[in-house]
Design a protein around this ligand. Structure first.
Ligand code: V47
Length: 382
């Protein structure tokens, strides 16, 4: 029987040769405790694609409502219609938030929220329109595939039509949320009521066909097993082979506080770094892997820049989903601090916009420059 060391050595040879690794290889990496070997391999791929750059952006989050028809076990953000915590932002509040973000030099607004029992699709279209009226230059990255599927149900229109209407209002791209864990053994338990795996993948397929870019996520560190994570990554890799429309993958570390799974421990530092590294290795066709500092904590996100990640997201303000679930990270990190952390990790800090154009900045004024191309996404053995 092959030892752990010999299995990792065989995988390392494939990675060095630029060959695709298999489901079994992924599971073997999950079973390995050789964190250094995992980090070294992931770093090789990371540097092959993104050299020594460490990307960040300047963004703000808006969560227009926390009222949600679904009750996902991991979610500490949602509220019932009559819950005293329930809120829905109106036009003035959305516009104020967008104008504030613009005034602070944000290039992106990340908008996601609950699926309100009573709000019509038009409200969600208006949110995008209000943002663009208040801050026309800002890129609107809005609504997860789960939200898009919900809009399609309440509006009785195909997702293509829903996306078209949102694009007409000013939508620029889709965030990667709502993916959780695709495997039915887990999905059915933690969020069985909401958009299925097939529906999630199909929304992104449709978006990519319309020329939109999107991100993808995986919520790890709860009830899933290693093979569920590898299965998740392979399903994303297959869709990316088909469309090429994903930009960034973001592994999301589960935060248990105030959720219905608050008896579970938080994922450990080792799990965070292993998941980051394995994601980089499995997703050989994704240009970017993001260490979302709000979720991971700033210190782990910084170390993750040597474990496969090339991006640490933004200077996020007004984030609610993780902070309700116990994230102890601050609401905002200054640009100077982000640049210092990236530089101290031995990387060259580069501000990017949502679609990975290099940003040139003079205070809060900015301009998007050339696209950041990732050189070799051709992988042998697909
Ligand atoms: O889908 C919810 C997760 C996601 C918890 O695309 C939780 O650039 C941990 O997808 N503990 C939404 N996670 C956020 C998201 C995201 C974040 C940053 C960047 C991008 C991007 C996307 O948050 C949800 C769910 O998977 N989530 N509750 C929790 N208690």
């Amino acid at each position: 029987m092959a030892t752990e060391a010999s299995r990792v050595k065989a995988i390392r040879e494939k990675v060095e040769a630029g060959q695709r690794i298999s489901f079994e290889d992924g599971v073997a990496l999950e079973e390995s405790n050789d964190l250094f070997a995992l980090g070294e391999m992931a770093n090789l791929v990371r540097e092959r694609y993104n050299g020594n750059f460490g990307y960040y952006n300047v963004n703000t989050h808006i969560n227009p409502t926390n009222v949600c028809v679904y009750k996902c076990d991991f979610c500490a953000f949602r509220a019932d219609l009559n819950d005293p915590r329930a809120y829905t932002m109106d036009e003035a509040q959305i516009k104020e938030r967008a104008a504030q973000a613009h005034g602070r030099g944000a290039t992106e607004l990340h908008i996601v929220g609950g699926l309100h029992h009573k709000l019509p699709f038009q409200y969600y279209v208006d949110v995008v329109r209000w943002v663009k009226e208040a801050a026309p230059e800002i890129h609107v990255k809005a609504y997860t595939a789960v939200e898009i599927e919900w809009f399609s149900k309440i509006e009785r229109q195909p997702t293509r039509e829903i996306l078209r209407r949102l694009v007409d209002a000013g939508l620029g791209s889709l965030p990667g949320g709502g993916a959780e864990i695709f495997h039915p053994e887990v999905r059915d338990q933690v969020c069985g009521a909401k958009a299925s795996t097939e529906a999630w993948l199909d929304v992104h397929r449709t978006a990519h066909r319309l020329g939109l870019h999107s991100n993808a996520t995986m919520l790890y560190g709860h009830i899933e097993r290693p093979e569920h994570r590898i299965d998740h990554l392979i399903r994303l890799r297959e869709l990316q082979d088909e469309t090429g429309g994903f930009q960034t993958f973001i592994p999301l570390a589960f935060h248990p506080d105030n959720s219905r799974m608050d008896d579970l421990p938080k994922p450990s530092g080792v799990m965070d770094l292993k998941t980051m590294a394995i994601s980089r290795l499995m997703l050989d066709n994704f240009p970017h892997i993001k260490a979302y500092w709000v979720m991971l904590g700033i210190k782990t996100a910084q170390v993750a820049l040597s474990f496969g990640a090339d991006d640490i997201d933004g200077t996020v303000v007004h984030e609610k989903i993780y902070h309700e679930a116990g994230a102890e990270t601050p609401q905002e990190v200054t640009v100077a601090e982000i640049r210092r952390l990236i530089g101290e990790a031995g990387r060259i800090p580069v501000e990017r916009d949502t679609l990975y154009h290099r940003v040139e900045r003079d205070g809060t004024r900015w301009a998007a420059r050339e696209h950041i191309d990732v050189p070799t996404l051709a992988v042998a053995g697909k």
